[in-house]
Design a protein around this ligand. Structure first.
Ligand code: FAD
Length: 372
């Protein structure tokens, strides 16, 4: 069996490792260069993502990913200001119940990406933007890249994110809706804000605070094991630049709207005007290159479609900004299992893909809908 994965995001790379470990021939076509593009600095990884990483990655990769996450996040804090000091006003369990976050750990996104790329150097083709595909009479699928390259396989997986070219051609009825919401995000070195007391106050827990018309979400990432030491111990093949200069930080996010961000002359300064000074300084001391304004979209869950050798996973078919990476990795895990079963002759390829898509509808569409 040969599988083409379009997109070297968290979902596509998790799948590529899982297939390769099972002896299935896989190639990943990635539009961007190896440097990638800014997508936010950290990810809350819950049990769905963590178990996909354990199942699909080689053990040393999974150990490296786990060693370089932050501590357990078992509650979500609400902060307020009393007499000029930040205090914890309330704590909710992160138990995944009634819309609450699931427990998990914070991962440094660029480091996780580098871990996922390690060992796939002969599998991932960078600068390969897939523009279209064709299902052929012999059951195979052919793809065309913008640079004229052509590739053929038994299965095509669109893991190409929110703007998925595969979804647009395969499932044109599926529409991405711009919610009008935006998220200004960045990261600030922990050492720059240590004296504010904020890092000790919130520990490893995600926290948020509302002040005036502003909400800020915060999370401290203290690497459980120093990334340099963890690389040495678990994954010496990891590119050294992935761990060099990586240090503990506070991630912050300011939800906003298109109108508010668009009319602001200096978005961060205007958004934080109502916040206490300790939180304003978290935002103003951010590493400039980490600050990005991200669009928040949603995909209304589509009606089921008939299975074919073309399928999709992750943000290509469902969006959940707070936990979409977990869903993308969970899809990759389920799709790996389905393709391995088909490869061993336990199911026909189409039955395996139909089973995967049904599982995805139950496990990924519902929470994505809820998050919208
Ligand atoms: C503000 C914000 C915060 C978030 N926080 C979290 C969080 O804490 N936890 C969490 O689980 N999730 C979080 N998410 C969601 C998470 O980022 C996504 O759900 C996740 O990255 C989706 O993974 P993916 O593999 O499906 O797609 P992506 O990671 O988007 O990867 C798609 C890849 O496909 C490539 N590509 C696109 N088009 C083509 C093409 N035509 N040809 C070839 N390659 C192509 C892209 O370059 C990219 O590398 C957050 C999202 C946002 C916006």
């Amino acid at each position: 069996m040969r599988v083409i994965v379009v997109g070297a995001g968290v979902g596509g790379l998790t799948l590529a490792h899982g297939l390769r470990r099972a002896g299935i021939d896989v190639v990943v076509h990635e539009r961007d260069s190896a440097l990638g593009r800014p997508q936010g600095i950290s990810l809350h990884i819950d049990e769905r993502g963590a178990s996909a990483l354990r199942a699909c990655l080689p053990p040393a990769h999974a150990a490296m990913a786990a060693a370089t996450m932050g501590g357990p996040r078992e509650q979500t804090l609400t902060l307020s200001e009393v007499d000029g000091s930040l205090v914890v006003e309330s704590a909710q369990p992160s138990d995944g119940v009634a819309g609450r976050a699931r427990p998990g750990r914070q991962a440094h996104r660029p480091l996780l990406r580098a871990v996922l790329l390690t060992g796939l150097e002969d599998v991932v083709r960078f600068g390969a933007e897939v523009t279209r595909f064709e299902q052929r009479g012999d059951g195979t699928v052919r793809v065309w890249c913008a640079d004229g390259r052509v590739d053929t396989a038994d299965v095509l997986v669109g893991a190409d994110g929110i703007g998925s070219a595969i979804r647009r051609q395969y499932l044109p009825q599926v529409q991405v809706v711009d919610t009008g919401r935006r998220m200004l995000m960045g990261a600030t070195p922990l050492r720059a804000v240590a004296e504010s007391g904020l890092p000790d106050l919130i520990g490893d827990s995600p926290a948020s605070m509302r002040a005036g018309g502003t909400m800020v979400a915060l999370g401290v990432l203290r690497f459980t094991e120093s990334p340099v030491a963890a690389r040495q111990r678990w994954l010496p093949a990891l590119c050294p630049s992935a761990v060099a200069k990586v240090e503990d930080y506070v991630m912050w996010a300011l939800p906003s709207t298109q109108d508010r961000l668009g009319s602001a002359t200096s978005p961060a300064t205007e958004l934080i005007a109502d916040l206490p000074s300790a939180l304003r300084s978290v935002v103003t001391q951010a590493w400039p290159e980490t600050t990005v304004a991200l669009r928040i979209g949603m995909i209304p869950p589509p009606l089921p479609w008939p299975a074919s050798p073309v399928t999709v996973l992750g943000d290509a078919i469902h969006l959940a900004p707070g936990f979409g990476a977990n869903l993308a990795m969970q899809d990759a895990h389920h799709l790996r299992d389905a393709l391995v079963a088909a490869n061993h002759g336990r199911f026909t390829l189409l039955d395996a893909l139909a089973a995967y898509e049904n599982t995805m509808r139950h496990t990924s569409f519902t929470p994505a809908k809820a998050s919208a």
